[in-house]
Design a protein around this ligand. Sequence first.
Ligand code: PLP
Length: 380
Amino acid sequence: MSRIYLDYNATTPLAPKVIAALEPFLRDGFGNPSSLHWAGIPARDAVEQARCQVAALLRCDATELVFTSGGTEANNYALKGAFFSQSLRKDRPHFIITQIEHPAVTEPCRFLECLGAEVTHIRVDGCGRVDPDDVRRAIRPGTVLVSVMHANNEVGTIQPIETLARIAREHEVLMHTDAAQTVGKILVDVESLGVDLLTIAGHKLYAPKGVGALYVREGVELEPLLHGAAHEAGRRGGTENVLEIVGLGAACDLAKQWVDDPGLARLRDHFWQSLKKRFGERVVLNGHPEHRLPNTLNVSFRGLVGSEILARMPEVAASTGSACHAGSIEMSPVLKAMGVSEAVGLGAVRFSLGRESTIAEVECVIEHLSNCLDQVQASK
Ligand SMILES: Cc1ncc(COP(=O)(O)O)c(C=O)c1O
């Protein structure tokens, strides 16, 4: 059997149009975008064109974008940048995040706690959604920033960012969202979301790994993460990664044509209905039934272990949030925060579909799962 890739939330392949766009920059387009001569000027033009392409997707001004080395750096820049700009003004800067943020948010917060910040972790419900009233209640005079991911990478639950941003603005608190998993999958419009800061990760939307951007609303003060020369309008020192920035621009251009396409959600729903038909009560959906990424299907096989299921079908690339620590398997912290029981949570498998996914692939995976579950049953 041929191999099947259903792990597009982990990363995506480069789109052919992205490869075509960045290829010239592997050869002749080597100039430094800060150089004012024949080699530098086309490189600068390419960076600025890419900035406009990203801005067109997010519906912001190109000047509000800072290119980064990916989603992790963009999140670090948002959180640490806000901390260092505000720490002189606020005694104990306070940050609000959720219990299901990516480590690219939780770890910078843990670091900021060592520097004197206080961090509140807001709980989520059984579907992985935050209650905006919990965020409202957590805001206090020292609160600097609320950071809530736009959609969760494991279960795909989409948060009520518009409402959260309205609450943050009413209290004059900055609102950041980690949109690494939504940009390119659903419409992400910074104006209607109302956020001040928004993270993009290139490799989640068919651009190269190692490139991303932070949207910084005009007027928001953010101390740079990387001090150096005046690149990125003084907001990030270091010669721009022209090749990958061009790739990100091309990917955003392509994404504009994709975000309204209902095909992916239809394929995901077909996958879920087929699993239900085949496995009945043995399979459980994790995440929100409606407010969910169109490509994400996180399901649990009751009483089984997700990593063992995937090990029995090595041709299929999918993922599980559970981790093996000192010989015992621990369920994903995201599912734990959602209150999912161990018996269900340990059996979780995340299938995330992409532009190349087909119904034939989905059907083939269901056959594999069926064989695999029979084998596990027989071995008990
Ligand atoms: C929600 C979320 N935030 C941030 C990141 C980190 O992005 P990058 O890999 O570009 O650093 C990821 C990647 O897995 C992610 O899923």
